[in-house]
Design a protein around this ligand. Structure first.
Ligand code: FAD
Ligand code: MG
Ligand code: MG
Ligand code: MG
Ligand code: MG
Length: 553
């Protein structure tokens, strides 16, 4: 704790003395937030906005609950039910928060300004362009789709990223059915038109395929009985299995269910070209190319970097990267006052081997040049906070305590009297950094990062001297700084259609089937950002149960 002094980590919130009152007339620092997705809204909601002058920029004046986007593609849930207006979200803070509906097209870190453009209006300058400056910039711009430059994808495939995308998909599914129902159409043409192809077997692709299948079997086939037998859904996945970020049991369950449902899963194929009526894919094992006719194709095979982030990374020398690299406190590396959260950012965890001599010195309280087990144990908790990989490594090797780790390096020795020198200490920890993991690009991570960063901002004045100190400060009590960000995984769902959901919950727990659907309903209802959207979503579900989905455009 802060009071004990000399530790590697102290916590801002354990401070006993209170922070000095900020003087009334000092101008408030300007905080500029880019983006109103999961990360940006979570940041603003948790920020004590009275401490700062807060401005928020986004080209969309609403927040979208992305986990329900696949349900919008089939009309299970209406688009209006999953969006919440930004101004309503920040209603209680409206006097402290200014929102501009505009797109940021350039970040200039050297001048601490951003350049924005309104899509809806013009100003005195004759266009919709304006510039804003900041003391602190929070970049929460999310990610975009990545086509890996595959020819034809941009022109011919649908994407599922925004609310408008989901609406467009819904319309074109219905278009395909109407097209195939017209008179004087060959059977071959009907088959082609009703072949729905999902490229990418990740959670989004799989959930979309499941939704589409439900929509077909529960609603459309009744309305279009004549063409029912021509309908086909295919998922193309380059890896060996779909849902490969999930537990193997879930992937197997999903593949078996899809097989029963007649959804074709083509694994080990990479799409190399898309034309207006053919998808060409290449088998990864044999290298042979095949082309299949299709009616509609959805590309959900990868996420990419927004141009404005690309340009910013170029400026600050972060080249050849897919996302902005931040330190463990979510501050953009080598860039004062700029923070990045959510899908546009990734935390680059510091390696313990880079700091090993310093860690050794800090642990060696008596300056003996060697560490006793007690000396190591005294700093272990702090080391694990600063370098979570140490804990992960011990867990992965089923080690109960640090003594096991040390013993492995210096050979068998009596636990209590164990003493290690720097070389042995290095050897013991040499494989630990292999356990460095980056958090996935999910809403869960984005929201937690927004929340974490807001708390840091709320306590900023207390931690002014050592905001991210652990290993920079040695000794001395009364210093405050923040614990590094750490992601808590609460599990993930994979809705598979037909009221079946697979869930992966913490502690290696896997749950699959109908009962999990109810867990899914309740979690997704409870996660809604307002009572208004919660009501709307639940009533959409109820309406679907009773009346089925709407098949008009
Ligand atoms: P976003 O939420 O994408 O927000 C980015 C924000 O930046 C938006 O407000 C956007 O309008 C704004 N913006 C964009 N460009 C500019 C610009 N130039 N200037 C200013 N503002 C800009 N995650 C889960 O955890 N569970 C799920 O079930 C799940 N399902 C998903 C289903 C689908 C179909 C999709 C697409 C994603 C899903 N995700 C899910 C992932 C999740 O949505 C993302 O990880 C999350 O949205 C990331 O949050 P973010 O704030 O970083 O980005
Ligand atoms: Mg955001
Ligand atoms: Mg979002
Ligand atoms: Mg991220
Ligand atoms: Mg010693």
């Amino acid at each position: 704790t802060a009071a004990s002094g000399g530790g590697l980590v102290a916590y801002a919130d354990s401070a006993s003395e209170s922070a000095p009152e900020p003087s009334q007339d000092a101008p408030k620092k300007k905080v500029l937030v880019l983006g109103t997705g999961w990360a940006g809204t979570s940041f603003v909601k948790n920020l004590d906005c009275s401490q700062y002058e807060v401005k928020v920029i986004s080209p969309r004046n609403y927040f979208a609950f992305t986990p329900l986007l696949p349900s919008v593609t089939s009309g299970t849930v209406e688009p209006r039910s999953i969006v919440e207006p930004i101004r309503r979200m920040f209603e209680k803070k409206n006097k402290d928060v200014t929102f501009y509906e505009a797109e940021c097209f350039k970040i200039d870190a050297s001048k601490k300004t951003v350049h924005c453009r309104s899509a809806v209006g013009t100003n005195l300058d004759g266009n919709g362009d304006f510039m804003l400056d900041y003391d602190y910039l929070v970049v929460a711009l999310g990610a975009t789709v990545n086509t890996f430059n595959t020819p034809g994808v941009l022109e011919h495939c649908k994407f599922l990223k925004e609310v408008e995308d989901a609406q467009k998909i819904r319309e074109s599914v219905i278009d395909c059915f109407e097209k195939a129902s017209l008179p004087n159409i060959s059977e071959e043409k009907k088959r082609k038109t009703l072949h729905f192809v999902v490229i990418g077997g990740g959670p989004t692709g799989v959930e979309f395929a499941a939704e589409l299948h439900d929509f077909l079997v529960e609603d459309l086939v009744k309305l279009y009985p004549a063409i029912q037998k021509f309908v086909k859904i295919t998922i193309i996945q380059s890896g060996e299995h779909i849902l490969n970020t999930f537990d193997k049991r879930i992937a197997a369950f999903a593949e078996a269910k899809f097989q029963r449902d007649g959804i074709e899963v083509a694994t080990g194929f990479r799409v190399v070209k898309v034309s207006d009526d053919l998808i060409t894919m290449k088998s990864k094992s044999v290298g042979e190319e095949v082309s299949v006719p299709y009616g509609m194709a959805i590309w959900s095979a990868g996420t990419g970097t927004r141009p404005v982030i690309m340009d910013f990374m170029q400026q600050i020398g972060q080249t050849n990267r897919r996302a902005l690299a931040t330190n463990e406190w979510l501050r953009v590396r080598e860039c004062e006052g700029v923070y990045a959260i959510g899908d546009c950012a990734t935390v680059s965890q510091r390696k313990i081997m880079d700091d090993i001599s310093m860690v050794f010195k800090l642990a060696d309280k008596d300056n003996s040049g060697t560490l006793t087990l007690k000396e190591i144990n005294d700093v272990l908790e702090d080391v694990c906070i600063r370098y979570p990989q140490v804990e992960l490594y011990m867990k992965s090797m089923h080690m109960l305590d640090i003594a096991d780790l040390i013993k492995g390096a210096i050979g068998d020795s009596h636990k209590e009297s164990m003493v290690v020198d720097i070389e042995e200490f290095k050897k013991a920890l040499s494989h630990v950094d292999s356990q460095v993991k980056s958090a996935p690009a999910t809403a869960q991570v984005a929201a937690q990062q927004g929340h974490y960063l807001a708390e840091c901002f709320n306590k900023m004045d207390k931690c002014k001297e050592h905001p991210e100190g652990p290993l920079r400060m040695t000794g001395g009590s009364g210093h405050h700084f923040f614990r590094p960000f750490r992601y808590k995984h609460f599990g993930q769902f994979a809705p598979l259609g037909g009221e079946q959901v697979a869930a992966e919950l913490p502690g290696d727990w896997v749950s699959m089937g109908h009962s999990t659907q109810w867990l899914w309903y309740s979690v997704y209802a409870s996660k809604q950002v307002s009572w208004r959207t919660r009501m709307l979503v639940v009533s959409d579900w109820t309406r679907r149960f009773i009346f089925g989905r709407d098949s008009s455009r």
